[in-house]
Each structure stands twice: as structure tokens, then as C-alpha cells.
Write a protein that binds this ligand. Structure first.
Ligand code: INI
Length: 163
């Protein structure tokens, strides 16, 4: 049996962080967390591009353009969708999450999901750098690991060893 894992080494990797301005109180904290996590794993500051979009709805299209550019090993999507009194939350969060998943699957580029979808502001506070951590930082770490596990799989080494 061979266990294939992605190492948490960011040196040499290139990332595009796509972040929504809507609810920027939270999304800016997620951005700080993501950048800090990348830098602490030896990603070069010059290898990080930050692209700002109006809201979470716009994340999938812009993530797709970033993926198509061929300039990045992974995309990190950040934002905050907070439930209100209308069904707007359902439309935005459902299409945004399905859209981001579709970008990853069709473009074969990891797209980390660092978008808060919460019922309340308190839950968003908790997940953007207080008691429930920072989902932006978690998304950045997941991006590093996923890039590296895909590199392992694509290297073909494990196929030779199992043959
Ligand atoms: N965008 C968000 O990122 N979070 C929200 O909570 C939100 N709500 O609730 O409306 C939101 N709406 C804007 C949307 O993402 C688009 O930017 C807008 O509809 C223009 O296309």
C-alpha cells in the first residue's frame, strides 16, 4: 500500500486569492489569514496575486479567468455570505459554491473554499479570526496541500512503484 499526501511546502508555488468586497469587515480578515498562512509556508510574496471582486456571486467567473490564465498553481476564494431576511443568501451561496467547485473540476486547478456562509454576524466573527479560527487561513493551507498532492499524483512515480 502506498499513501500519497501533499506536503505543506509552499516554496515555488503561485497563488491567486480572489476576495469579495461585500462584507469586507470579514473578507479582509480572511485575506489577512490566507496571506499569513501562505507566507509562513514559504510562498514568496511575489507569487501571490490578490484579485478583488464586488461580491461572492462574482467569485466563480473571476476564479475561472484566473485558472485559465495558467499563471497559478491554485486559486483561493474568500468572502462572506451572511443570511438576511430574504432568499438572496440561498441564491448567492448556492451558485457561488457550485460555481467554484465547477471551476476546479473543469480547469483541473485547486480552488480552495474560504467563503463564510453563516446565519449570523456572530458566526462570521468567530470564523474570521477569533474562536472558530480563520477560514481564510484554512483555505490557504488546504490549497498548498492540494497542489502538492496533485503534483505527486501527476509525477507518475507511484504508478512505477506499484507496477
Ligand atoms: N455578496 C456577498 O459576498 N455576501 C453577501 O452576504 C451578499 N448578500 O447577502 O447580498 C452578497 N450579495 C452581492 C452579490 O454577491 C453580488 O455581488 C451582487 O448581486 C451583484 O452581482
Amino acid at each position: 500500500m502506498k499513501v500519497i499526501e501533499g506536503r505543506l511546502i509552499g516554496a515555488g508555488l503561485r497563488f491567486c486569492i480572489v476576495v469579495s468586497r461585500f462584507n469586507s469587515l470579514f473578507s479582509e480578515k480572511l485575506l489577512e489569514g490566507a496571506k499569513d498562512m501562505l507566507l509562513r509556508h514559504d510562498v514568496s510574496i511575489r507569487a501571490i496575486d490578490v484579485v478583488k471582486v464586488p461580491g461572492a456571486w462574482e467569485l466563480p467567473l473571476v476564479a475561472k479567468e484566473a485558472a485559465l490564465s495558467g499563471k497559478y498553481d491554485a486559486i483561493i476564494a474568500l468572502g462572506a455570505v451572511i443570511r438576511g431576511d430574504t432568499p438572496h443568501f440561498e441564491y448567492v451561496s448556492a451558485e457561488m459554491s457550485k460555481g467554484l467547485a465547477a471551476v476546479a473540476m473543469t480547469q483541473r486547478v485547486p480552488v480552495s473554499f474560504g467563503v463564510l456562509t453563516t446565519d449570523t454576524m456572530e458566526q462570521a466573527v468567530a470564523r474570521s479570526g477569533s474562536k472558530a479560527g480563520n477560514k481564510g487561513a484554512e483555505a490557504a493551507l488546504a490549497a498548498i496541500e492540494t497542489v502538492n498532492v496533485i503534483k505527486e499524483l501527476r509525477s507518475g512515480k507511484e504508478i512505477e512503484e506499484n507496477a
